[in-house]
Design a protein around this ligand. Structure first.
Ligand code: PLP
Length: 296
């Protein structure tokens, strides 16, 4: 079996015609074969949406939440609504076409397709997950970077698509290069008016005593599936959970801090802007074994 696989959907949305009338729902293709047209708006404009779903021991994790978020992002971009059932089958087909791995992921991409064509392009790509064990156990170093938007940008300027998972992630990659230049592994975005937001591809979680806190989702950040699952886990462990507006100083004041996301799961933050901070090793291990062990 291959290490990676791609499934191309014939009809990513029921609101648009299929690519090939009467063809199968999706096709399993060789990853090295060409799949996308050079004029696809996903390629030329980053005009589309995506999700990355982690798999633990062959089980998709938070799949329903990921597909709901794909639909929400599509709505924000005025794309046709993804056919959730077709996408679910495509995700599972892609995952089962690769070598079984303890941890894997499937990335789903839906673009606007060719200009004027009206048919979105959609595919699911499956692969074994990279090894994130060091980030999980030793922690990560972050720098605070100004995102340049106020915390209320989603309300004042919805056309900026803050909080949607669009294919326009060049900025999310540029900040990682900036982090590397500053001898760090990742970033925590800060609003132009001084509030903690999220990581480049993750949500920020802080622990104060028995309370887990994350920045409120009305601040132009992505509603994380991992953060959602972790809040449920924390409550099952007797902790309180809270959404809040957090001034930047709160990161240094917290008893522990993490960046949490699908695939990497919970990476404890051990240094902020060159200053070491405490890591909660036991809770981090408990959280990661919960996240890795999820079967739905
Ligand atoms: N915030 C951003 C900007 C992201 O891109 C991601 C995931 O890629 C997250 C947060 C975390 O979301 P999830 O936990 O659903 O992976």
């Amino acid at each position: 079996m291959p290490k990676s696989a791609v499934v191309l959907l014939n009809r990513p949305s029921l609101e648009a015609p299929p690519h090939v009338e009467g063809a199968a729902e999706f096709e399993l293709l060789d990853v090295d074969a060409p799949h996308v047209r050079v004029l696809d708006l996903g390629v030329t404009r980053g005009d589309g949406v995506f999700e990355t779903i982690s798999f633990g021991a062959g089980h998709p994790q938070a799949l329903a939440a990921h597909l709901a978020r794909l639909a929400k992002s599509a709505r924000a971009l005025d794309l046709p609504e993804p056919d959730a059932d077709a996408w679910e089958r495509a995700v599972l087909a892609a995952a089962s076409a690769i070598d079984p791995a303890p941890e894997a992921y499937v990335k789903t991409v839906m673009t606007r397709g060719l200009e004027g064509d009206g048919r979105p392009t959609g595919w699911a790509y499956a692969s074994a997950a990279p090894d994130h064990s060091r980030a999980r156990s030793e922690g990560i170093r972050v720098v605070l970077l100004d995102r340049g938007y106020r915390h209320d940008v989603a309300k004042t300027s919805p056309w900026l698509l803050a909080g949607s998972k669009t294919l326009s992630y060049a900025v999310n990659r540029a900040v990682l290069r900036e982090a590397a230049r500053r001898d760090a592994d990742d970033v925590v975005f800060v609003s132009s008016d001084g509030y903690l937001l999220e990581g480049s591809t993750s949500n920020l979680l802080l622990r104060f005593g028995d309370t887990l806190v994350t920045p409120g989702l009305d601040q132009g950040i992505l509603a994380g599936t991992t953060q959602g699952d972790l809040f449920a886990f924390a409550r099952s462990q007797g902790l309180e959970t809270e959404y809040a507006r957090l001034e930047t100083r709160k990161l240094a004041e917290a008893d522990a801090a993490w960046l949490v996301s699908s695939v990497r799961h919970a990476a404890p933050i051990r240094r902020v802007d060159g200053v070491d901070r405490a890591v909660d090793t036991d809770f981090t291990a408990a959280v990661n074994s919960h996240l890795i062990g999820r079967t739905s």
